[in-house]
Ligand binder design. Structure first.
Ligand code: TMP
Ligand code: ASP
Length: 236
């Protein structure tokens, strides 16, 4: 693998095959509240890698530009090296999490329209919400880039809401990261139960990282269920 170029909360980054690629390895570490709560969940890395790879391949088939080049092994992917835009894009289809808390809306409340919001990618500052004029004022992204990211986020939401619905899962909300590479904006990072809220359509059971954040127990059983159902619908 060579030397670690960068270590994040849930991934390690190594040199790739050339200067345009890097190798990402998923770790088993689970964190919440900007790293304050931390645990090793053996097998999480493999589950997230497999789930995210299914999703990224599916999105690529649907015309979304992503960083994924190829799957290397159970926990490693080769991806295009990109300059990560330090703005997280959050899409919400139902009220939950910080939105429910901040605005006093019960979790699960239907929304009249899909919400897209941005936060500054900074653990030290607790990923504070940031608006478009603040983002451009700080030079984090250009107006056109934000428009492109927003358009992609809506498109991805449509594609993934349908995919998860086939798996009897409601895509409640999720977080995306984008990067710049070769003059393009690519979808980067991962899409997994770590970065989405995924509820069983009929029972409302949570299959995502809220099991860890809220000490609901059997965290990885939820992730396994997501993978099992995604494999079912993708093999049809
Ligand atoms: P929130 O309701 O806590 O703002 O989270 C919205 C979505 O974003 C949820 O699906 C979890 C995901 N998320 C991350 O992937 N990383 C983060 O650091 C946070 C705070 C949320
Ligand atoms: N990803 C963040 C952390 O690791 C927060 C979260 O997902 O709840 O602290």
């Amino acid at each position: 693998m060579g030397e670690v170029l960068y270590e994040g909360k849930s991934k390690l980054v190594y040199r790739g095959e050339d200067e345009n690629s890097i190798l990402i390895r998923y770790k088993d570490t689970a964190t919440a509240f900007n790293g304050e709560k931390k645990e090793e969940l053996i097998g999480k890395g493999k589950l997230n890698a497999e789930i995210s790879n299914i999703i990224f391949k599916y999105l690529a088939e649907k015309g979304i530009k992503t960083h994924l080049i190829k799957v290397v092994d159970d926990i490693s992917v080769l991806v295009r090296k990109a300059e990560i835009i330090m703005v997280e894009v959050i899409v919400r289809n139902l009220a939950a999490g910080s939105f429910s808390k901040k605005y006093g809306v019960p979790e699960g409340t239907e929304l009249r329209n899909t919400i897209v919001e941005f936060s500054l990618k900074s653990d030290a500052l607790g990923d504070p919400m940031i608006n478009e004029s603040q983002i451009t004022a700080l030079g984090l992204a250009a107006k056109e880039e934000l428009e492109e990211m927003t358009e992609q986020a809506f498109k991805i939401n449509g594609i993934l809401s349908d995919l998860f619905e086939e798996a009897d899962i409601r895509l409640v909300d999720f977080k995306l990261e984008f990067g710049r590479a070769g003059g393009e904006i690519l979808l980067c990072d991962e899409i997994s139960p770590d970065s989405c809220r995924l509820w069983d359509i009929s029972s409302g059971e949570k299959f995502d990282k809220d099991r860890f954040r809220r000490n609901l127990g059997n965290v990885l059983d939820g992730y396994k269920e997501v993978l099992r159902r995604l494999k079912n619908v993708r093999q049809k």
